[in-house]
Ligand binder design. Structure first.
Ligand SMILES: Cc1cc2nc3c(=O)[nH]c(=O)nc-3n(C[C@H](O)[C@H](O)[C@H](O)COP(=O)(O)O)c2cc1C
Length: 251
């Protein structure tokens, strides 16, 4: 039987120069929103978002994830308070950007080793954000009325963190397609330094907290567009021994 494009895609077939289809539009227009209305999304909508995550592909179809929905305002406030405490604790020891010159020089003399060891966690962006959280300048969950914790099962095939990333992306795209706002909150992991939260969420081997996504209705004051780098993409489309053609992807 001949397989036609139309049978594979409910959106029809690709044509050169066509405008974004609805799925592409959702991908292109989604933004991280850091300002939410107080009113939470209805549970029925949260379930649909969860369903989009549940249907994500994963290596070996292992589905190495568990989802935890937190809507309780009391609990969210406690998590926020505790994350600030942990951020303050870390920043007291490693923030080489604040304090008098002697303190800065002393911290700088050894903190570079800590940064080398925790290079992803303490890269300048999360470092700056953690410093803001420690100073109570930025709320970790941006006042979102709902968060979904993405718990990773380390026994997944190949790369469970990749599977979780795909799963979360499905969720944020589904949310955006329904007019909801979302923001990934990687710094939620600060809470895992406190046994209280690990116990509460039952996070112990083989599980770990991979990430979290905040959801809600967007407040009008959304962030502006965050630029993307132009990618220099290598195309190997000639012979085996030919050099690749390098094409600029993006404006
Ligand atoms: C895994 C991951 C973790 C993130 N953690 C945070 C976070 O802790 N706080 C935050 O405000 N934004 C966080 N973000 C959002 C990014 O800053 C944002 O996606 C990026 O700046 C691009 O902007 P856009 O999502 O609006 O396109 C995270 C994004 C990802 C994918």
């Amino acid at each position: 039987m001949e397989i036609k494009n139309e049978n594979l895609s409910p959106l029809g077939k690709y044509e050169q120069g066509m405008s974004w289809n609805p799925v592409e539009k959702v991908i292109m227009e989604r933004r991280s929103i850091r300002s939410f209305k107080k009113e939470p999304l209805p549970d029925s909508m949260i379930r649909r978002i969860l369903e989009a995550g549940r249907f994500a592909p994963s290596a070996g179809n292992m589905q190495p994830w568990k989802f935890i929905v937190v809507k309780s305002p009391e609990m969210l406030a406690e998590m926020e308070k505790d994350a600030v405490k942990v951020a303050k604790f870390f920043m007291f020891f490693i923030d080489y950007t604040r304090g008098n010159i002697l303190r800065r020089l002393y911290i700088l003399s050894w903190v570079k080793w800590v940064i080398r060891f925790l290079k992803n966690e303490l890269q300048p962006v999360p470092f700056g954000l953690m410093s803001q959280i420690a100073q109570d300048k930025t709320p970790i969950f941006h006042g979102a009325p709902t968060i979904i914790l993405l718990v990773e099962d380390k026994r997944g095939v190949s790369s469970p963190p990749t599977d979780i990333g795909i799963c979360g992306q499905n969720m944020v795209l589904a949310a955006h397609s329904m007019g909801a706002a979302s923001c990934w909150i990687g710094l939620v992991k600060l809470l895992m330094y406190l046994p209280k939260w690990r116990k509460k969420f039952g996070i112990k081997y083989p599980y770990c907290l991979n990430d979290c996504i905040a959801f809600g209705w967007p407040n009008p004051k959304a962030d502006g567009i965050v630029p993307r780098e132009v990618q220099l993409v290598q195309w190997y489309d000639k012979g085996l021994n030919d050099a690749p053609r390098v094409e600029r992807q993006g404006e």
